[in-house]
Write a protein that binds this ligand. Structure first.
Ligand code: TYM
Length: 334
């Protein structure tokens, strides 16, 4: 029965085009999890408001993220897909949870410190309390597993802290959620420029492969990917090459990967060949997703229907948790 399955929650901010990091850090897990778990996947539109997007861009981005999730293999019949802002219960629990979140701990969050450094002119309260909202997204559905990339690990730790803090003060309500990946470790896909940063929606477009890239863009970006000057037998693999091998493992056959790993170890690797091969395998992987996503975006009526039905389901489960939270806190006067 659906209610007996473990609950899973994850979200993606609609702040730009989805890329390989989003796919391999998160969406790939969603697709497998939909068969085994009771999954709630949402577009984190409130979270994206910290950067004040213009309303038209916001709407286009929300619809695209939804379309790209479905095009990647999420089945709206199996999972609950919704926009965060369509579940107002989240906002109330966020208000309640903010009373248990301390300024000091929020200021110490690495993602907050990064934002303060990158956008000192826009350090708003939403940014500071971002991890509280994210925790509530998860806790309100009483999720136990949260498929995310490595960059979200710290936020998950905070979600566990908030769950514990609430449970200790008011009584047991929230399970403690864990970050989840089918492999051993959480995934971090690096950008192709070899500078060590992660692929991200809004930075360095030439070093990021998007699910919406054309075949030619994919080939071109991979041709330009950073490698090194050539393997020397016995030398450790540079990070930029290791990242390409990791990406190759995701889209190429095991034999192809092994061939290039062996060539690296033997000092005979030809990076041009490797990048051409990876380009072709990547095109095969991305082009069906891109085409399906385009077709879905041409049918906004369908996407709206999915979102609406998803929000209705997500609200039922969220409302139950919220009511229990109100009761435990003592906000039940009649
Ligand atoms: P966001 O929108 O930045 O990213 C969506 C998902 O993609 C993963 N990801 C990556 N994984 C590996 N390598 C990369 N280069 C890479 N870049 C992104 C992210 O880890 C994430 O899983 N705060 C979240 C959104 C959110 C959320 C939630 C997630 C809001 N509420 C509740 C889970 C549960 C974020 O900004 O993700």
């Amino acid at each position: 029965m659906a209610t007996e399955k473990e609950i899973v929650v994850s979200g993606i901010r609609p702040t730009g085009y989805l890329h390989l990091g989003n796919y391999f850090g998160a969406i790939r897990n969603y697709i497998r999890m939909q068969e085994e778990f009771n999954c709630y996947f949402f577009v984190a539109d409130w979270h994206s408001l910290t950067t004040h997007p213009n309303p038209k861009d916001l709407q286009a981005n929300v619809m695209r993220v939804l379309a790209e999730n479905i095009a990647s293999g999420l089945d709206p019949e199996k999972v609950t897909l919704y926009a965060q802002s369509h579940v107002p219960e989240i906002a109330e629990l966020y208000l309640l949870m903010n009373m248990l979140a301390y300024k000091g701990e929020l200021e110490r969050v690495p993602t907050f410190k990064d934002k303060v450094r990158l956008q000192p002119e826009n350090v708003n309260a939403g940014l500071l309390t971002y991890p509280v909202l994210m925790s509530v997204d998860i806790l309100i559905q009483r999720a136990v597993k949260v498929p995310v990339g490595k960059d979200q690990g710290q936020h998950l730790e905070m979600a566990r802290n908030f769950a514990q803090r609430f449970n200790e003060r008011y009584g047991n309500l929230f399970p403690e959620p864990e970050a989840f990946n089918y492999g051993d470790n959480l995934v971090r896909i690096l950008s192709l420029d070899g500078k060590g940063g992660k692929m991200s929606k809004s930075e360095n477009e030439m070093a990021t492969i998007y699910l919406s890239d054309s075949d030619e863009q994919i080939r071109q970006k991979l041709r330009k990917a950073k490698t090194d000057s050539g393997g020397v037998p016995g030398e450790p693999m540079p990070e930029s090459v290791a990242n390409l091998i990791e990406i190759m493992k995701l889209v190429s056959t095991p034999d192809t990967v092994q061939f290039y790993v062996d060539a690296f170890n033997a000092g005979s690797i030809r990076y041009g060949d490797m990048k051409t091969q990876l380009g072709e395998d990547m095109v095969k992987f991305i082009s069906p997703i891109r085409e399906k996503a385009a077709a879905l975006q041409a049918d906004p009526t369908y996407l709206r229907k999915i979102m609406k039905e998803g929000a209705e389901k997500a609200r039922v489960n969220a409302a139950q948790t919220l009511q229990q939270a109100r009761n435990l806190i003592g906000l039940n006067y009649y």
